[in-house]
Write a protein that binds this ligand. Structure first.
Ligand SMILES: [Zn+2]
Length: 302
């Protein structure tokens, strides 16, 4: 099949610092097909590499699905993630957000108003709401945003954030959890987010960590690289670079797991090792492994 690359894909420099100095870290990553977004492309038709920026250390896809296609997909079709929670909305993630909400409350003492960009099912905002924060969210998925309104009575708008979403409103805290890795023009989003922050306000990021041992252990088969939805892969150096470009100072940084208990994450490491052995001996052919202890939380202060 001959693909019209320009219709679907964008090739760009480093999304964080715009540099075109890069080297290939992993060639021709295996991706999930993007059928739901109307992109009928096999991996062979659209080889995409993970590049490493030689200036800021950021990792990114050499070829990313265009924003207008992926935005349609988030609005109308919903993220791949929601397929898995539709049938069992009360999964572990609801528990995990309690811990995250505690951390945010501790690190942002004295704050009252919260904006979550990409508020998903509303689990985190609900926890913050219960702690007394005045919470607002934006979420492009109709399914997830409706769920968060109906189930938790949250103030969530179904759209992608623009400067007009909350006219004349500023927030003490802006949260992006499982968001920055999805956005190809991350500088544009950060400019908008920064404008919504009060002076001294804090921006809270949870995302995958390319410096984590698990990511390095899995290499090209890290689950995080497996979805077309993920275009940008951060580490401490590249998130600091992004913060600095938007007049934010790194205020807090910790390595963490994406979700699940300590025991579950340890189990995943063991299982990954087992899967690698099976791959090595040709018993199975796993295209990807999983995720364990491979995220970080970074807080930037305006
Ligand atoms: Zn860069």
């Amino acid at each position: 099949m001959k693909i019209d690359y320009d219709k679907y894909f964008l090739q760009q420099g480093c999304p964080v610092c715009n540099s075109s100095n890069n080297k290939i870290l992993y060639k021709n990553i295996i991706h999930t097909c993007h059928e739901k977004a109307g992109v009928q492309i096999s991996n062979a038709d659209a080889p995409s590499d993970v590049l490493i920026c030689e200036d800021c250390g950021h990792h990114y896809l050499s070829m990313t699905v265009k924003d207008e296609i992926i935005n349609y997909y988030y609005n109308a079709v919903n993220s791949e993630y929601y397929d898995t929670v539709k049938d069992k909305p009360f999964d572990r993630r609801a528990e995990d957000t309690k811990k995250f909400a505690n951390l945010i409350a501790n690190e942002c003492r004295g704050s009252k108003t919260v904006l979550e960009i990409g508020s998903g099912m509303g689990y985190l905002l609900n926890q913050l709401n219960l702690k007394g924060f005045d919470c607002y969210g934006v979420e492009p998925s109709k399914f997830a945003s409706a769920y968060s309104r109906d189930m938790f009575g949250l103030n969530v708008i179904t759209e992608l954030l623009t400067p007009a979403t909350f006219p004349n409103k500023k927030f003490d805290i802006v949260i992006m959890s499982d968001v920055v890795e999805h956005v190809s023009n991350i500088n544009a989003l950060f400019s908008i987010a920064q404008e919504y922050l009060v002076d001294g306000g804090k921006i809270v990021i949870l995302t995958g960590n390319t410096d984590s041992l698990y990511a390095k252990f899995c290499g090209r088969k890290w689950l995080y690289y497996f979805s077309w939805e993920h275009v940008s892969f951060f580490n401490k150096k590249s998130i600091q670079h992004l913060f600095k470009a938007h007049s934010l100072k790194l205020d807090f940084f910790t390595k963490t797991q994406h979700s699940g208990t300590l025991a579950k994450n340890l189990f995943i490491i063991g299982y990954t090792f087992f899967s690698m052995l099976r791959n090595f001996f040709g018993i199975r052919k796993e295209n990807y492994y999983y995720m364990a202890f491979d995220h970080f939380i970074a807080i930037g202060k305006k």
